[in-house]
Write a protein of this length. Sequence first.
Length: 328
Amino acid sequence: MDKMNSLAQFLRANSISLVNGGIALTTLGGQQLFSLLAYNCPCAVTANYAYGVVAIGVPALLLLALGWALNPTAWLLLGDCCRRSRGSAPTPLCALLGALLGVATRAAVAPLTWIAVSLLSGDFYVCAASEFRSPGEFVRGGVRGGVAVTPSRDAPRHDLAAVPCKGEPLGLNLAPGFSRDAMLRQLKYESQLMGWILIGSAGLILFFSMCVRACISPMGHLQATYLSQYLDHEARLFEQTSEVHARSVAANNVRRFFGFLRTEEKGLPVESEQNLNQLPGDKWEKITGLCHSFQNNKAYPFYSRLQQWAIQSNNKQGDDVPMMDTCT
């Protein structure tokens, strides 16, 4: 049991890293499956470039949009930005920028993984870049009719576009002195080099971002761990309780309309109306938004808007609690 608890605590403490790793592995598998089943370079002028760019760029853009759409913080950020544009948002600009950076970082994991793996495989880059290379770079010499032949450096692009397709014959402007294998090796080398540069750059940027965030954060490591645990418990309990509350309100309204209630559902209690708090719009407004630092005269931190509302509800002087315009 202790080992299970330790494992659960470890998973909660490293949830962000594990989620990012899972996203990267899923994207890696999807890209490899796509390359295996769907890769089909057209080997035609202009079509090669369009196919390579679309095969790398469009899935990356879709994954980026999906990363933003599936991140709850992105919708909180959008709501706070809209309220701020109307002059009614209490969230400091610095907190908004910090949240924006966090959401953008999480959303960029999948598209960067897709682009990096696509470049490391090299197929899409070879297809896109083949028609723009000079064939004179890949001469191995040849003889035609007893005369040494050197391929033209101005060979038609349609001859170069056929190079990625090994089943396609080389054009007369390329054979026999042109080496298809040499060109494919060079293009794959360039593609993989760019892929490793992208991976290394992303890793360094992530590392320095974590260092900067740790330096400017007002919380220490232990307090940040506590914050993560608190938010995890708060979200889980809020979801469970809101489900019961919504069911109870719906049941009471149905009972009031019909005069009785018939339900076959079990496991969720139906509270009496006396035990149910009313939820007006202003109450939802107070607990909705990004989590950022608050501080009262005792330097007691508020870890979420729900906690701030609860403490202010129990403290008549809670409305005078000032906000810290700092990023967390």
